[in-house]
Design a protein around this ligand. Structure first.
Ligand code: TXA
Ligand code: MG
Length: 312
């Protein structure tokens, strides 16, 4: 159900949960100070309680009351990438943020999104928690139709069109060695941080039997019902469903779902979750995914999403 900006702000102030567009993916928004709305978010998504939420704000100053100090790196990162698809995890002053939001961690994740509607809403409401607006484990929502597919046509959506990025924000965390690490890959690639930090932040891959720094990494994610099989090389004899790229040739007779053109990474990011959701809409049981591409830059995030989407 389409709502206006003012309705969105009133609903939030009255403790409701609504869907809000950001440049990455749509978020399910609740006021940071409404514990009942925050409970609703976990219930609606079917989200495990040990998976914390990102706090979204309109302006950098709104974060300051929650954190101890602003070190030089945090300042530089925020100046360079906000508003934008970066989430920064910071140590927080005890007792300032509900443990429901942080899942009991001593840190919280913060982001200033770069979408005009999200920013206007944040200015009216103050800080909002926003997980991606999808049922837990499913592909994220990058347009209003995706939100409605998961939460029903009556669910209030502030419609901001299709998300420009189509991939979630990159999450940075400062490790005990004082180096920043990427704990969730996202719409900003590793190389994007080199100039600002003076080094490439390591991509933290969750190790077996170890608790990941980013709790969300514990869970199956981005996955359609269809079984996905990632393939570097699709045999000529294959006859079935393929998720592939524009401009490539695939065996005749295959049904092909196109994610975009490999010369244009953005076209792929934007279409990735649309294609994964379309497989389910069409009742596809199994598809081969063409992963014969250079896995650098943003393609490293795209590969990571496909790996998660195909995992059991
Ligand atoms: O692009 C995005 O980040 C979107 C839009 C709506 O802003 N939001 C999003 O939220 O992707 P969600 O809840 O789907 O993913 C947030 C991730 C989870 O994996 C969670 O575990 C992690 O952020 N996270 C939140 N707080 C954290 C913390 N204090 N330390 C480490 N990871 C944290
Ligand atoms: Mg999510």
């Amino acid at each position: 159900m389409d709502i206006t900006l003012l309705q969105a702000s009133d609903l939030i102030k009255n403790g409701a949960v609504i869907a809000v567009p950001t440049e990455t993916v749509y978020g399910l928004a609740a006021s940071l100070i409404s514990s009942s709305a925050i409970d609703k978010i976990f219930a609606l998504k079917g989200r495990p309680a040990n998976n914390p939420l990102i706090i979204h704000v309109a302006d950098y100053e709104e974060i300051l009351p929650f954190i101890y100090d602003v070190d030089a790196d945090f300042f530089k990162l925020s100046q360079n990438f906000w508003p934008g698809p970066l989430t920064i995890v910071l140590p927080i002053i005890e007792g300032k943020i509900s443990s429901r939001v942080t899942a009991g961690l001593k840190t919280a994740a913060f982001r200033i999104p770069n979408h005009p509607l999200a920013r206007k809403l944040l200015k009216l409401t103050g800080p909002l928690v926003m997980p991606s607006a999808n049922l837990s484990g499913k592909p994220s929502a990058t347009c209003r139709e995706h939100v409605e597919a998961d939460f029903g046509n009556d669910f209030p959506v502030l419609d901001g069109g299709a998300c420009i990025k189509g991939l979630e924000s990159t999450i940075l965390y400062r490790d005990t060695d004082q180096k920043w690490k990427i704990i969730r890959q996202g719409a900003l690639a590793q190389g994007d941080f080199y100039e600002i930090l003076g080094y490439l932040p390591e991509i933290e891959k969750p190790k077996n039997h170890e608790k990941p720094i980013c709790p969300g990494q514990l869970y199956r994610h981005y996955a359609p019902r269809a079984t996905l099989v990632l393939k570097d090389n699709i045999l000529e004899s294959y006859q079935g469903v393929i998720v592939g790229f524009e401009g490539r040739t695939y065996p005749v007779g295959c049904k092909v779902y196109l994610m975009g053109n490999l010369d244009d990474a953005e076209s792929i990011s934007k279409k990735l979750y649309c294609v994964l959701r379309k497989l389910d809409d069409d009742g596809v049981q199994e598809a081969l995914v063409d992963i014969d591409f250079a896995k650098d830059g943003i393609f490293s995030t795209i590969l990571e999403r496909l790996q998660k989407a195909s995992s059991k």
